[in-house]
Design a protein around this ligand. Structure first.
Ligand code: NAP
Length: 307
């Protein structure tokens, strides 16, 4: 039998932030509150957040969960959110960098002028992680989990045109953003270990999971959406199953940092969560350091030096 939600150890006493109120973020929050975690579900749409909380409370009536507004496509919103989270100074045990957009048909920009997919999926989460680092460093065994995708294997980091202003393709932009997410997760873990700091960083991908991802990103593209939903139905898995790799990365006591979990089935589309391979591009240490430096420059955030 593969790893399942039953294997999640007690999360009582843990403070968790999950980005993204729908799909996998919802499932992660549901599973973690059921195990006693105190969860902040962070998203850009308060109506969706309120509905997600009601659904979770219907399953776990004493769930410790709140909604907080966070728009990852705005560095000001990321900064304001992190400021609110830091108000009471409570340690943060687990940050799940999950929210994302995919296959946006025409090039769009975040509030700060970044291409929308890398801006939301990577740059927003980079800034969020840096801003929450002081709270993570206060926790006993802090973890950061970042959501990548099988599509990272088709991605390339276009250092000469990171915002894809010269040449944009919806899948190319998504692949770049998810490669960046995985490189960030691995580089964060490397830097923590080099500095002797306790935060461990791991990554996960859900395979093909039936969520709203292909309704949200390619809005107004009915043919693409119909094909995606067909593929999801034929070779994919439920959102709850798709959340298992991230839940394993987040809670398995055997995780030491630097792991990448995904479904164990054929082509990693579905199945129980196991360790999977990051692409050679994701493991390129020099490229990871370069992306880190670019991200520091673009966000104006960097790793805080612990007191
Ligand atoms: N489903 C899959 O097959 C699949 C495959 C590979 C990787 N992934 C990754 O899994 C993660 C979760 O996606 P999902 O499948 O659960 O899709 P989803 O159902 O569309 O959920 C994505 C969530 O991200 C939120 N979000 C998007 N932009 C945001 C922003 N600027 N600020 C804050 N929140 C924002 C969405 O908010 P709204 O509800 O307001 O739109 C939504 O709650 C993503 O990183 C995705 O790339 C998914």
């Amino acid at each position: 039998m593969g790893w399942s939600e039953k294997d999640i150890p007690s999360q009582h006493g843990k403070r968790v932030i999950v980005t993204g109120t729908g799909g996998l973020g919802f499932q992660a929050a549901r599973a973690l509150t059921a195990k006693g975690a105190d969860v902040v579900l962070a998203g850009r749409n308060p109506d969706k957040g309120t509905k997600a909380l009601a659904r979770i409370r219907a399953i776990t009536p004493d769930a410790k969960i709140t909604f907080e507004r966070l728009d990852l496509a705005s560095l000001a919103s990321v900064s304001a959110f992190a400021g609110r989270m830091s108000d009471d100074g409570r340690p943060l045990d687990l940050l799940i960098n999950n929210a994302g957009v995919a296959i946006v048909p025409k090039r769009q920009e975040t509030q700060d002028g970044f291409e929308l997919q890398i801006g939301t999926n990577h740059i927003g989460h980079f800034a969020l992680t840096m801003r929450l680092m002081p709270l993570l460093l206060k926790a006993r065994a802090p973890r950061v989990v970042s959501l990548s995708s099988n599509m990272h294997k088709r991605g390339t980091i276009n250092f000469d045109d990171l915002q894809l202003a010269r040449k944009y393709s919806p899948a190319g932009a998504y692949g770049q953003s998810k490669l960046a997410t995985l490189m960030f997760a691995l580089e964060l873990d490397t830097q923590m270990k080099q500095q002797g700091l306790p935060v461990i960083s791991a990554a996960a991908h859900p395979g093909i999971a039936r969520t709203d991802l292909m309704n949200n990103g390619p809005a107004g593209q009915p043919v693409l959406q119909a094909v995606s939903h067909l593929i999801e139905r034929i070779v994919g898995q439920s959102a709850a199953e798709g959340a298992l790799p991230l839940l394993r990365a987040a809670t398995d006591p055997a995780v030491r940092g630097g792991e990448y979990f995904g479904p164990a089935g054929c082509t990693e589309a579905k199945g129980a969560p196991e360790l999977v391979q990051a692409s050679p591009k994701a493991k390129d240490a020099a490229a990871r350091r370069r992306l880190w430096q670019v991200s520091v420059r673009l966000t104006g955030t960097e790793m805080p030096i612990p007191a």
